[in-house]
Design a binder for this molecule. Structure first.
Ligand code: ADP
Length: 386
């Protein structure tokens, strides 16, 4: 749907349209500039993180708005997974290249659809059930040791829409609010020893690369840290994680970056928790720890360009999120002291106002000594919070 040469842009450059103006879109801008790819963003409002690029403000739920935005680009991709299916399909019907496409995104939009598909593919996951009433949820809880995790299938993020329950009464509000025919997702409460994430990139042509599996640390349902590669993952564990990642990417037809969040259990099994079909917080370390960052890789993949090397640049890399930010002043006020104290730290900020619990930036450090880089990254990130 591209018309070359509009509004004075180079007719030679590839053009990518990103729906969503958050930090993930923002972090695609730097590698796009480096590779000479023009970026346009359809932001929910003005002043968002990705407002550095040519930005239109509009409602991503409105097909006409998104079609107008898509008019001059080579491919449409996303900062989030919330674009409704009818809009996605409308784009495809109009001849727009959309990556990831609607069929794949459907599995990232609905956790029950995802569980159903992963079961069909025979991939390992927690025991689960779609429950529509209190009696069936109580039965599931009783069969799984008296506790379960209940999730709203759609719209959850950062632990919102996830509750650990011991009775259906604990989610009576969700159950009462269910539309006819809708269900909640019940899962066994997995006694995991740690959480891992496997990044994969896949082109429309089917070519695929995997990153080393990482360990993620969550605080209150929010990713706080990632360590690459996951400690003690060399060999079989890394191979199994990569196999699962490849199977999900291929089986679901994902194009672009895919993050597969995994639970590792005490008996060394890996179970799929959830999926993100875009660059993901668990892959931010790649900006400074991998030969090809997940943001560059996503651009390459959705434009069907050859994929980049996923090897680490150093034996270890860590990412520590800056959550909340300072209660007074801005992140910029804290930057000089952080850079002074930790010259090996790479500070990334998202142009967002500080607010308790909000992801406003992160710090990456790569190096030879894991203990030292974890210390450096945590200490540098601490400059940005109280
Ligand atoms: P979100 O979509 O909000 O990120 P997740 O499904 O990833 O929700 O769940 C958030 C966190 O809740 C996970 O990172 C994990 O720590 C915990 N969790 C989710 N599902 C389970 C489960 N079945 N068993 C144990 N813990 C779980």
């Amino acid at each position: 749907m591209r018309q070359d040469g509009v509004d004075g842009r180079s007719s030679m450059a590839l053009q990518i349209g990103i729906v969503g103006g958050g930090q993930l879109a923002r972090m695609m801008i730097a590698p796009a500039v480096e590779m000479g790819i023009d970026v346009r963003v359809l932001a929910e409002q003005s002043g968002m993180s990705a407002g550095l690029a040519a930005t239109a403000v509009g409602d991503y739920r409105d097909l006409d708005t998104v079609l107008a935005f898509a008019k001059d680009v080579d491919v449409i991709t996303f900062d989030h997974e919330h674009v409704p299916q009818d809009v996605l399909r409308g784009l495809v019907d109009a001849g727009v290249a959309v990556h990831p496409g609607p069929d794949a995104l459907a599995y990232a939009q609905d956790k029950i659809d995802m569980r159903t598909k992963l079961a069909e593919l025979g991939l390992p996951q927690p025991e689960w059930a779609a429950v529509t009433d209190a009696a069936s949820l109580d039965a599931f809880i009783a069969e799984h040791g008296g506790r379960a995790v209940v999730k709203t299938p759609r719209g959850g993020y950062d632990g919102k829409g996830v509750r650990v329950v011991s009775s259906a009464a604990d989610v009576a509000d969700w159950m009462d609010g269910l539309e006819p025919g809708a269900a909640l997702l019940a899962e066994e409460l997995v006694p995991f020893t740690r959480e891992l994430a496997q990044q994969v990139a896949r082109r429309p042509s089917g070519d695929l690369v995997v990153y080393p599996v990482v360990e993620t640390v969550q605080q209150g349902g929010v990713c706080a840290e990632a360590i690459a590669p996951a400690p003690s993952s060399a060999g079989r564990l890394a191979d199994v994680a990569a196999e699962i990642g490849e199977a999900v990417a291929t089986g679901l037809g994902v194009t672009g970056m895919l993050a597969v969040e995994l639970f590792q259990t005490g008996d060394e099994r890996l179970l799929v928790n959830e999926l993100a079909m875009r660059p993901h917080n668990s892959g931010h370390w790649t900006q400074d720890g991998s030969i090809t960052s997940q943001f560059e890789q996503h651009l390459r993949a959705v434009l069907d360009l050859p994929l980049g090397d996923t090897a680490l640049r150093a034996p270890h890399a860590v990412m520590v999120n800056i959550l909340g930010g300072p209660s007074e002043g801005s992140l910029a006020d804290r930057l000089p002291a952080a850079l002074e104290a930790h010259p090996s730290a790479k500070v990334h900020t998202y142009g967002k106002d500080p607010r308790p619990g909000r992801k406003v930036g992160h710090v990456n450090v790569a190096g030879d000594d894991l203990d030292d880089i974890v210390y450096q990254a945590r200490a540098a990130a601490a400059f940005f919070t109280d």
